[in-house]
Design a protein around this ligand. Structure first.
Ligand code: ADP
Ligand code: ADP
Length: 229
């Protein structure tokens, strides 16, 4: 499962200022949709609607045909994992940070689950092991290492749907490409929505939707969109 559909979705935060207009998008289960466009276009807002941070002003969003307005946030949050752009780590160990949100798990259980969730590639990219303290009194991780921890934390929940909201945008392009390649490998069967402002981030997406001023103005594969430039 995990087919995501936006049907004629409009959204406004304030009643006089519409942000999204007539969004129609389908992401088949297991596919990757990239949403690209300039800053302020409404990309993050679109991603937040799927998580029910907010509900559409008009239209509806379904997962496997079910209107998500009838699904509690708690339930949605079990099936959707989000990786944001900036991750603030707890002043605790790498293991604690990766396992955060798993109530009652011991370190051993987290390590076992990490192996099961195939997130080892992310953890292997870290400079030290699970027991290493990070944050203010511990090891200072780079931006890329922090995002590895954030992605590992999210993948550990094994969500069928993954949202990457500019998750690698702040990184240098080599680190970004590294992390995106690993992600493509470990999340091949997940429905994935990648929000990005660079087309180079989303080479592997099944489809790219270009959003400008709250509308989808262009759709296609990476090759097709590049050919039009
Ligand atoms: P993008 O992700 O493409 O940069 P956003 O979805 O973050 O765009 O923002 C789209 C528009 O919505 C912007 O004009 C932004 O200022 C506005 N916006 C974003 N979040 C809020 C909010 N919580 N309240 C009011 N306006 C918001
Ligand atoms: P992002 O990088 O996710 O687009 P922003 O830097 O645009 O975030 O915004 C940071 C925070 O401020 C977000 O929580 C967003 O919802 C909120 N925000 C953005 N624009 C506005 C706005 N015009 N009015 C109120 N809140 C806003």
């Amino acid at each position: 499962g995990g087919t995501v559909r936006f049907e004629h979705v409009d959204f406004r935060y304030d009643k006089d200022r519409p942000i999204l207009h007539g969004i129609d998008l389908t992401v088949p289960a297991g596919h990757t949709l990239a949403v690209v466009g300039p800053s302020g276009a409404g990309k993050s807002t679109l991603a937040r609607l799927l998580y029910r941070f907010y509900d559409p002003s008009e239209g509806r969003i379904t997962i496997d045909g079910q209107d998500i307005s009838a699904v509690s946030q708690a339930t949605l949050r079990r099936s959707i994992g989000i990786v944001p752009q900036d991750t603030v780590l707890f002043n605790d160990t790498i293991g604690y940070n990766i396992g955060y949100g798993r109530d009652g798990s011991t370190q051993d259980e987290i390590v076992a689950a990490a192996k099961g969730a195939a997130i080892h590639d992310f953890i292997m990219g870290l400079p030290q092991g699970y027991d290493t303290p990070v944050g203010e009194r511990g090891l200072k991780l780079s931006g890329g290492e922090k995002q590895r921890v954030a992605i590992a934390r999210t993948l550990l929940k094994n969500p069928p749907i993954l949202i990457l909201d500019e998750a690698t945008s702040a990184l240098d392009s080599r680190t970004e490409a590294d992390i995106q390649a690993t992600l493509a490998r470990v999340s091949a069967r997940r429905t994935t929505i990648v929000v990005a402002h660079r087309l180079s981030t989303v080479v592997d997406a099944d489809e790219i939707a270009v959003v400008e001023a709250g509308r989808v103005v262009e759709r296609g594969t990476h090759a097709r969109l590049l050919a039009k430039d």
